[in-house]
Write a protein that binds this ligand. Structure first.
Ligand SMILES: [Zn+2]
Length: 412
C-alpha cells in the first residue's frame, strides 16, 4: 500500500461523494524505508519480521535474523507482558505477514511449520482464510486449546478462551475471497475486527495486527479497481479501531502502515470514479463470466454488455470496443482444444486483462511493475505514543517505537 494506492482510493471515494479514508487525518505521519537486510526490495516475510522484531532479515525468513537465529516478536513480547493478542488478515492464516508475528521459520512456504507455530503461540484470536496443508485442522485446533469457527455466525457468545476464525469464504490461494466481489465478503475484515475487539478488550490491554492482505495481491496483478476496493475495505476495519480509540483515547494507539509498495503505481489525470464502477475481481471474472461465455460460445455482441456492466465501462469509444473485441476473440481462440493459454498477456484471460487495463487507463492509474518496489511507504499514527512515529525511518523503528510507547504509557 504505497502512497499512490492510498491517493487513488481516497480520490475514488471523493469522486463519488463518499467520506475520505479515515486514517488520512491521523495527527502523526512517518515515512518508512522498507528494504531488507541486504538493502534489496523486500518481500512480505522480511518486512513483517522487521516490523515485528526490529531486525531486518533475508526475504522469505519469518521471525529469524539473517543468521537464522530466532528473534522474539512484538506480539510474543506483549503476550508475555500479559496482553491479549489478535492477528487478522484477508489472506491465509499461514501467510507471510501474519506469520511474521508468531512464526520462526526460514521459508515463508513452510506452511505446516508456520501453522504449528500459530497453534503454539498461545495468542488469543486469529482471523483469516484457510491453512495450506494442515489436515484435520479442527481437531488440531481443539488439541491446542482453540475453538475453530468458519463464519461469524458460529462465534461463541462467551468471549473467554482462544478463537480462530478460518473463513469458509474460500479463494484459490487459501485466503478470503476478494472484497470487490461483495456478497458475504462485504465488511468481512471490519466484522473480524469488531469480533476481535469484543474478545480482546480486558484490563491488561491487547495488541492486534490487522492486514488488508489483498491490496498487495491485486497490485501484483495490476487490477486497479480491485486493489482500491481492498483498501477501502481495510479502511473500514480502521474505522472500528478508530471507534475503539474514541471510547478509550487515553489508552489506545492506532497505527496504519504498509510493509512495502507493489506495482510501482503512479497516478495521472483520469476519472478516479471509474475505480468504483467495476464490481467484479479479475479472478472472479475469469472463473465465472469468461468461463460461461466460452461454454455457451457467446458471440461478442452479446458478451460485450456483460463485460461493460461488470467493469462499469459505459460509453465505449470505437477504439476501446475494438480492443475488447480483439481480446475476446483471443480468449475464445485460447479456449479451443490444443491451444494453450496466452501467458504473454498475463495471468488472466485476455478479455479480463483488457477490461482491467481499460478501467486503469480511464482512472489514470499506471502500473510500472507486477512486483514489489523500493518505494517508501507511509505510517499514520493516532493516540498515546503516536509522537514516536513521526519522521523518516527504517521499518524496524516501528517495532522499537511501539515498545517505547508501551513503556511510556503503562497500563494503570
Ligand atoms: Zn506481494
Amino acid at each position: 500500500m504505497g502512497n499512490a494506492q492510498i491517493q487513488a482510493a481516497n480520490e475514488a471515494l471523493l469522486a463519488t461523494q463518499q467520506s475520505p479514508l479515515c486514517f488520512l487525518n491521523f495527527p502523526e505521519q512517518g515515512s518508512v524505508k522498507t528494504q531488507n537486510v541486504s538493502g534489496k526490495v523486500t518481500d512480505s516475510a522480511a518486512a513483517a519480521t522487521a516490523i515485528s522484531t526490529g531486525q531486518k532479515t533475508v526475504n522469505g525468513y519469518l521471525g529469524l535474523d539473517q543468521n537464522k537465529a530466532r528473534i522474539e516478536t512484538l506480539a510474543e513480547a506483549l503476550r508475555n507482558l500479559g496482553r491479549k493478542i489478535g492477528i487478522l488478515t484477508t489472506v491465509s492464516l499461514d501467510h507471510a505477514t501474519p506469520g511474521g508475528f508468531f512464526a520462526h521459520v526460514d521459508s515463508r512456504r513452510s506452511y505446516s511449520m508456520i501453522a504449528d507455530d500459530l497453534f503454539a503461540s498461545g495468542f488469543d484470536y486469529f482471523a483469516g482464510g484457510r491453512f495450506h496443508n494442515t489436515p484435520n485442522v479442527d481437531a488440531y485446533a481443539e488439541e491446542n486449546g482453540y475453538t475453530l469457527i468458519h463464519s461469524f455466525e458460529e462465534a461463541p457468545t462467551s468471549t473467554d478462551g482462544r478463537l480462530i476464525l478460518s473463513s469458509s469464504l474460500n479463494f484459490g490461494d487459501y485466503g478470503v475471497v476478494p472484497a470487490i466481489d461483495g456478497g458475504a465478503r462485504t465488511d468481512w475484515l471490519q466484522k473480524a475486527t469488531d469480533l476481535a475487539i469484543s474478545r480482546l478488550t480486558n484490563p491488561a490491554g491487547f495488541f492486534m495486527m490487522i492486514e488488508g492482505g489483498r491490496i498487495d495481491y491485486f497490485c501484483h496483478y495490476n487490477d486497479a479497481a480491485s486493489f482500491v476496493s481492498e483498501l477501502i475495505d481495510f479502511d473500514k476495519a480502521v474505522q472500528s479501531a478508530l471507534a475503539f480509540y474514541l471510547a478509550h483515547p487515553q489508552e489506545t494507539l492506532v497505527l496504519v502502515t504498509a510493509d512495502h509498495e507493489t506495482g510501482d503505481v503512479t497516478l495521472t489525470d483520469g476519472d478516479r470514479g471509474a475505480l468504483l464502477r467495476q464490481t467484479i475481481s479479475s479472478d472472479q471474472c475469469d472463473d465465472t463470466l469468461v468461463k460461461d461465455c466460452i461454454a455457451a460460445k457467446t458471440p461478442f455482441d452479446q458478451a460485450l454488455p456483460l463485460f461493460v456492466s461488470a467493469f462499469g465501462l459505459n460509453d465505449l469509444t470505437a477504439d476501446e470496443t475494438a480492443a475488447l473485441k480483439e481480446a475476446y476473440y483471443r480468449t475464445i481462440q485460447n479456449s479451443m482444444p490444443g491451444n494453450t493459454s496466452d501467458e504473454e498477456s498475463g495471468v488472466y484471460d485476455p478479455i479480463t486483462t483488457a477490461c482491467i487495463n481499460l478501467v486503469a487507463a480511464r482512472a489514470g492509474v499506471v502500473f510500472g511493475s507486477g512486483g514489489h518496489t523500493a518505494k517508501e511507504v507511509s505510517l499514520f499514527a493516532l493516540g498515546i505514543g503516536s509522537e514516536f512515529f513521526s519522521g523518516d525511518y527504517e521499518n524496524t523503528h516501528i517495532h522499537d517505537a511501539i515498545l517505547q510507547a508501551v513503556a511510556a504509557y503503562p497500563i494503570s
